[in-house]
Design a protein around this ligand. Structure first.
Ligand code: KG4
Ligand code: ZN
Length: 360
């Protein structure tokens, strides 16, 4: 089954042709980073206008690269939640129009779950292998930071999430404080390579490290507002030279990644998960990738690292996940809504190996 995936939940307009959930025949992404950079963040209405301009050419390119026509597709999967409402409306309205005109089934896909699926796109063998499960997923993006437990029957649960900023947001805001540019994650990743991660002792919130006892209900939760404030004070009224700047950035990045890795490992151990999964835009981070690789190896766990091209927003993860619904005959009508927020009840993930064929 050839699925057209469409993504427009934030500042990337993307389209992809994916066959049977994992053969990615094309993946086209038009990024609006330059447009929003001057504002230090994504402006929803500007994003929507840009999606409107780009969506048709991006889908055209995805079809062309896959050497396919609209008639060849068997269904359409589009991100309909969570995300910026004006941005989501462009992708979903376009997808509905296509579905109606072509008389093809349409399914709305959860962007958060699509990020998780991004780590499985190149590992379809895991999806048929119950021994890979439960999978412990660390989802780290600009909008989300969560630890998700995925058993073989697909009844996934969020074990913990951020109480304030997402990890990507913490990096982007730090870059803004340091005047490094937007979005900050990739810039910080690059700059940190020449800095000393031990130069500054930034706080590791909700770990009990500062002597404050950690409430059991926050064991797998995150908080990044404290480390950001701490950075603000560390650089206040100072003129940093290049080395000092690199040291600050490396220390800040280490504080964020330490907490992510430690909590993910603790959750994997507590839930006896044989497999770890790292996904979302921040999963591009080289320190995070290497730390988790080392820890997974040491603990004898398999690690599904989403390839960088499927970490940041893309439509291959949407088309791939959408196939799991559409192949079961699960689709949405043309009245399909959009939603800004993530429903913490994730429900049943359709790609887990022991999900039976009954409606989810
Ligand atoms: O998944 P994504 O493209 O969009 C959301 O769904 O939020 O993630 C974007 C986030 C941004 O915060 C960006 O700074 C971060 O991913 N990011 C990185 C890197 N590349 C992108 N963070 C750390 N290191 C990177 N190399
Ligand atoms: Zn995303």
């Amino acid at each position: 089954m050839l699925i057209l995936g469409i993504e427009s939940s934030c500042d990337e307009t993307a389209a992809s042709l994916v066959n049977d959930g994992h053969q990615v025949r094309s993946s086209v992404i038009s990024s609006q980073i330059a447009l929003h950079a001057g504002y230090g963040g994504v402006i929803p209405e500007l994003a929507a206008r840009e999606h409107l301009k780009n969506i048709s050419p991006v889908i055209g390119q995805a079809l062309e690269q896959a050497n396919a026509t609209l008639e060849d597709i068997d269904g359409i999967a589009v991100t309909n939640r969570p995300g910026l409402i004006p941005a989501l409306l462009v992708g979903t309205a376009y997808a509905k129009g296509l579905a109606a005109a072509l008389q093809k089934p349409l399914v709305g896909v959860n962007h958060f779950l699509a990020h998780i699926y991004g780590a499985f796109l190149e590992h379809p063998e895991c999806l048929n292998d119950p021994s890979c499960f439960p999978v412990l997923a660390l989802v780290v993006s600009g909008g989300h930071t969560a630890i998700v437990w995925i058993p073989a029957d697909g009844h996934a649960r969020i074990l913990g999430s951020t109480l304030d900023d997402a990890a990507g947001e913490a990096l982007d805001k730090a870059a803004k404080i340091l005047d490094l540019g937007y979005p900050g994650g990739a810039i910080i990743d690059r700059l940190a390579k020449s800095g000393n991660p031990k130069a500054y002792d930034f706080p590791r919130s909700l770990t009990g490290a500062a002597g404050k006892p950690l409430k059991p209900e926050h064991r797998y939760d995150f908080s990044f507002s404290g480390v950001k404030t701490s950075l603000l004070y560390a650089v206040k009224d100072r003129q940093l030279n290049d080395q000092e700047l690199a040291d600050v950035v490396a220390s800040y990045q280490a504080a964020v990644m330490d907490v992510l890795v430690n909590k993910a490992m603790q959750a994997a151990e507590a839930t006896h998960a044989p497999t770890l999964c790292l996904c979302g835009g921040v999963a591009c981070n080289s320190l995070l990738r290497s730390m988790l690789t080392t820890r997974a190896e040491k603990s004898g766990r398999r690690l599904l690292l989403a390839p960088p091209k499927y970490c940041t927003d893309n439509a291959a993860m949407v088309g791939g996940l959408g196939w799991h619904y559409l192949r079961r005959g699960l689709s949405d009508g043309l009245a399909m809504p959009v939603n800004a927020r993530l429903n913490p009840e994730l429900g049943i993930l359709p790609f887990a190996p022991n999900v039976d064929r009954r409606p989810l």
